[in-house]
Design a protein around this ligand. Structure first.
Ligand SMILES: Cc1cc2nc3c(=O)[nH]c(=O)nc-3n(C[C@H](O)[C@H](O)[C@H](O)COP(=O)(O)OP(=O)(O)OC[C@H]3O[C@@H](n4cnc5c(N)ncnc54)[C@H](O)[C@@H]3O)c2cc1C
Length: 506
């Protein structure tokens, strides 16, 4: 059932067993998983069914010195959330991403991947994906696409797969189902405060602002913040009228460890030496198994552990110009990757029997947890009086260093295979961090952990020290891995739904 919060009479008392705040990937997943539980579920969404400037303005904020997307340009404030324009790249995190690693301070989740696997399997269908088994089947997918792999699975740098969601626009795909369900979805209704009881550990009331009328109060037995990683932190920090510093922030951890996946576009390139039909590489998307896949290359888990390396996912982009070594100089602009044209000539002539082709490499890389990389509140306020946020993303040179080392190993593996030459131009490091893009993956800010001194939420997503306040979404990330987050967001939301059902049944 959909209810426009703006149409509710002043003083309307609202109540629910479970109040989910935010109708994006996490919130809609939770609401769907709880809709037939017999519990009364409220889904509170700041925006309406369509994008609007008024709702989007509530997402605005400031940035620190690092170039980054302004918060209101990429996060979407309407039913469906940021899935309204996500790209659909899906991949599970690796088992090692969850492990504490001695070479990465403050690394590790309080969970092992095996504890999430059952929900990963269920998350596949939420995002309209196929079987989770196929993520390991790079050989099979490449074969179905008629492509050869330049390096084998099981090597130091190995081929891995992304599967593409259509992409699932949660607000479109699940709209009718939720509208017809018993879940009460309050649209154009924005959470602006959380009030606690005398014990300061139980949220008693949600303060809900809307245009055209005074704020409304909702009582709920459990509250889940699913407003995205930036807003989840903003909300906890802003709920400071009764508890100094905000809720769950006794150890000053809320908002810290913010990161994204830096996307390094064209920091390196390869010359493919045998571009026979389709190349030796499956660049671009592959249609196989009636699904859409993309091959990428990653240091294997064993190699990362042995070499003490952070992860990266390297894609080989569609080809640049062809060059026939027998036909003359390689003088096109892309030759810059390989130095002077004569160097390219020599390299290609020495290694290729036919035309060669140039591919630029892109990569999403893993960063180290950094407590000083953070989301804070500013003194500026939106029209509902909520303090706007500031995102101060800090990158370290060590994050790039690991990528360059991984690229070096990829170069060796490609040279060994005889299929390609990889080149990192000498000025690559000078481009960091200014010429860095990002995945639009807001990660961290309310990290999970067993120790409340270094985390905000426990292994289920419950805010440390709070009885009935939970968090869903990628604000829970501790160490980010390199995989895009939404599949894991959905898996953790499904897991939380089961946890809440058990809590309510107890
Ligand atoms: C351009 C782009 C491309 C992307 N591509 C990919 C990709 O290929 N693969 C991938 O895995 N991920 C991708 N992502 C990231 C993906 O979109 C997010 O991981 C995902 O949407 C996060 O889900 P969420 O539910 O936590 O937050 P959101 O989807 O952002 O939902 C949060 C919801 O909370 C609502 N809200 C916020 N504050 C309040 C409040 N105070 N009161 C009430 N409601 C509130 C918002 O309106 C919104 O509906 C991409 C993101 C962008 C921007």
């Amino acid at each position: 059932m959909f209810i426009d919060g703006r149409a509710l009479p002043a003083g309307t008392a609202l109540e629910a067993d479970i109040a989910i705040v935010g109708a994006g990937a996490a919130g809609i997943t939770l609401a769907r998983a709880l809709k037939d539980s017999g519990l009364s579920v409220a889904l509170i969404e700041s925006g309406g069914l369509e994008w609007s400037e008024e709702a989007q303005d509530l997402a605005a904020g400031e940035l620190g010195p690092q170039t980054y997307a302004t918060p209101d340009t990429v996060r979407l404030r309407y039913f469906g959330g940021t899935t309204g324009h996500w790209g659909g790249w899906c991949r599970e995190l690796d088992a090692i991403d969850f492990e504490p690693r001695d070479f990465v301070p403050l690394s590790g989740w309080p969970l092992k991947k095996a504890e999430i696997d059952p929900w990963y399997a269920k998350a596949q269908s939420v995002l309209q994906l196929g079987s989770p088994q196929r993520y390991a089947d790079s050989e099979g997918i490449a074969k179905a696409a008629g492509a050869a792999l330049p390096v084998a699975r099981g090597g130091d740098i190995e081929p891995i797969l992304f599967e593409f969601s259509p992409p699932t626009r949660m607000g479109e795909v699940y709209r009718a189902e939720l509208e017809q369900s018993a879940v009460k979805t309050y649209l154009n209704t924005t959470l602006v405060d959380l009030r606690v009881g005398d014990d300061t550990r139980t949220v008693t009331t949600l303060t809900l602002a809307r245009d055209g009328g005074p704020a409304l109060a909702m009582t709920a037995r459990h509250v889940v913040l699913a407003t995205g990683a930036l807003s989840n932190a903003q909300m906890l920090l802003a709920a400071d009228s009764q508890v100094q510093g905000g809720l769950g922030n006794g150890a000053d951890q809320v908002g810290r460890y913010f990161t994204d996946h830096p996307i390094l576009i064209g920091y390196a390139a390869i010359l493919a030496l045998d571009p026979s039909a389709g190349g030796p590489f499956a660049f671009g998307d592959i249609a196989a198994d009636k699904r859409r896949w993309r091959l990428a290359f990653q240091p294997s888990e064993a190699y990362r552990a042995a070499q003490k390396r952070l992860s990266c996912l390297i894609t080989i982009e569609p080809p640049g110009p062809r060059f026939d070594p027998a036909a003359g100089a390689f003088d096109r602009s892309d030759a810059k990757w390989f130095g002077a044209p004569e160097t390219v000539n020599a390299l290609a002539a020495a290694n290729a029997t036919g035309p060669v082709r140039l591919h630029v490499l892109n990569a999403g890389i893993e960063t180290r947890p950094n407590p000083d990389s953070r989301v804070t509140l500013t003194g500026k306020r939106d029209r509902f009086g909520m303090r706007r946020l500031k995102v101060d993303w800090r990158l370290s040179d060590a994050d790039l260093e690991h990528y360059l080392l991984n690229l070096g190993d990829f170069a060796k593996a490609l040279a060994h295979s005889g299929t390609a030459l990889l080149r990192i131009p000498p000025d690559a490091a000078a481009r960091w961090p200014e010429e860095t893009s990002w995945g639009h993956h807001n990660l961290g800010t309310t990290r999970m952990g067993d120790d409340p001194r270094t985390s905000v939420c426990d292994r289920d997503g419950r805010v440390h020290g709070m009885a009935n306040l939970w968090v869903a979404g990628s604000s829970l990330w501790t160490t980010p891995g390199a995989a895009n987050p939404t599949l894991t967001i959905v898996a953790l939301a499904l897991r939380l739904a089961d946890r809440l059902k058990a809590e309510m049944a107890a």
